[in-house]
Design a protein around this ligand. Structure first.
Ligand code: FE2
Ligand code: FE2
Length: 308
């Protein structure tokens, strides 16, 4: 994945586009979902659909702030791909009888707040911050959760859908990590300080208040799905492994901060972190829905119709 050529990557992305219509949604296999699995899987899929939207919104902001045209185009494609993932997952939910016609699953409060935060602030965030946070979220959530699902579900249509989604994800990660390395390249200490300074403001603090509980919440959800949390932690470790494989990557201050944080997330013995953050998860869960702001209008682009 190291030092990929972004122009070639753009060509690859263009030629790898797929449609929901490419999938035979009525093929046999839907009956392989057991009644026992159904409630857990419904919750897991609902979260997954919304995580895709977190990714989509993040890429929209990246496209807006991209430093050159190739990256702008890549992020624009990735934005559309994340929306396609959400739509494909909705179509799977409908196939499995988890959604009525026209229904949209409800996001958990943590995801809901993350979307709200992204919607308000992501466009104004320094590109460097997004450039490191997005690969972290992609590795830990977007990419990882999809893979877990395949261990639990045998429906061949699900495997067909996720083969395509995972292919897209590997390109998102390839670009994400390359950009992170580019941002650590040839930087003097002064440059690094300049990268960090605009990141320190209230929006970012608010972002942490949303981001920390989101990770713990998703960990709890993975456990609720009957999966060992080590699986999620295994995915998180990839962030450090891939992001830190070159000196330039390791020099990126955001990479360092995020991987140090990931280590804390993975270590339940770090009570100074987990006690307050788990409390934040419980408080977030308790926020009554009426107190949460309305879902942003772009969410209406959610559809399980196979033309998307
Ligand atoms: Fe995705
Ligand atoms: Fe992604």
């Amino acid at each position: 994945m190291a030092n990929i050529d972004l122009d070639k990557m753009l060509e690859k992305v263009k030629s790898s586009q797929w449609l929901l219509a490419d999938i035979d949604w009525d093929a046999p296999g839907a009956e392989m979902i057991s009644d026992e699995q159904r409630p857990k899987l419904t919750r897991f899929m609902s979260d997954l659909v919304w995580i895709e939207h977190v990714g989509a919104r993040g890429f929209a902001a990246m496209a807006k702030n991209a430093p050159d045209d190739t990256l702008r185009q890549l992020y624009t494609y990735f934005h559309a791909e994340e929306q396609r993932h959400a739509n494909a997952e909705l179509a799977l939910m409908r196939r499995w009888g988890m959604l009525e016609e026209g229904d949209i699953p409800v996001p958990n409060n943590s995801i809901r707040l993350s979307i709200e935060w992204l919607d308000r602030y992501a466009d104004d965030l320094p590109y460097h911050v997004l450039g490191s946070v997005i690969p972290a979220l992609e590795v830990a959530l977007d990419g990882a959760l999809c893979k877990f699902l395949l261990d639990e579900v045998s429906d061949p249509v699900c495997h067909d859908v996720f083969a395509r989604i995972n292919d897209d994800e590997s390109r998102h990660l390839g670009v994400g990590f390359t950009v992170m390395e580019m941002q650590g390249h040839d930087k003097t200490l002064l440059d690094l300080v300049e990268m960090i300074t605009p990141a320190v403001d209230l929006r970012v603090v608010l972002g942490l208040v949303v981001y920390w509980p989101l990770l713990n919440k998703m960990r709890d959800n993975v456990v609720a799905m009957g999966l060992p949390e080590e699986k999620l932690f295994g995915a998180m470790k990839k962030f450090e492994k891939i992001g830190g494989r070159t000196a330039a990557g390791r020099r990126n201050p955001f990479f360092r901060v995020i991987s140090a944080h990931m280590k804390t997330v993975m270590d339940r013995d770090q009570l100074f972190y987990h006690v307050p953050v788990d409390l934040m998860v419980r408080l977030t869960d308790r926020i009554p829905r009426r107190l949460l702001p309305a879902v942003p209008s772009w969410v209406k682009e959610l559809t399980a119709e196979p033309y998307a």
